[in-house]
Design a protein. Structure first.
Length: 137
């Protein structure tokens, strides 16, 4: 039988509840934008933490970026996406490797290309979402 009682942690934190509902009800293009934005935020935090020699914080932030890149990679539909999906998979795996190198070597220089990639692809998805919304009207 499914539990219909709200999670007590959600009742204690309305912001978390709102965020959870936002994620569960978001259209796919908005979810991608949210993932890219979260990766960018964590990447910037990790880069600054390495520069400030706060390596525990850096590792925590960069591991979140890795998780997001893995999620983006796993969300690819290789059958329908064809060559584009294959190229994206290669990019996600390459940039995940760069994040790992930055974390292991404590070198923020590996992160700038990752940041530029994530920002440019987030911007592409923002534009694509606008087109989808305009087409839906």
């Amino acid at each position: 039988m499914m539990n219909t009682m709200p999670d007590s942690s959600i009742k204690a934190n309305p912001q978390k509840a709102y965020q959870q509902v936002s994620i569960q009800t978001a259209p796919p293009e908005k979810l991608l934008i949210m993932l890219y934005s979260a990766a960018i935020k964590n990447l910037q935090q990790g880069k600054k933490a390495i520069e400030d020699k706060q390596f525990d914080l850096a590792s925590k932030s960069l591991c979140k970026v890795q998780d997001i890149l893995v999620e983006l990679n796993n969300s690819l539909d290789m059958e329908k996406g064809g060559e584009i999906a294959s190229n994206l998979r290669d990019l996600y795996e390459f940039y995940e490797g760069e994040v790992i190198k930055a974390n292991l070597k404590k070198d923020p220089a590996y992160l700038q290309p990752v940041l530029e990639f994530l920002q440019s692809y987030r911007d592409v998805w923002i534009e694509a979402a606008k087109i989808v919304r305009m087409g839906a009207k």
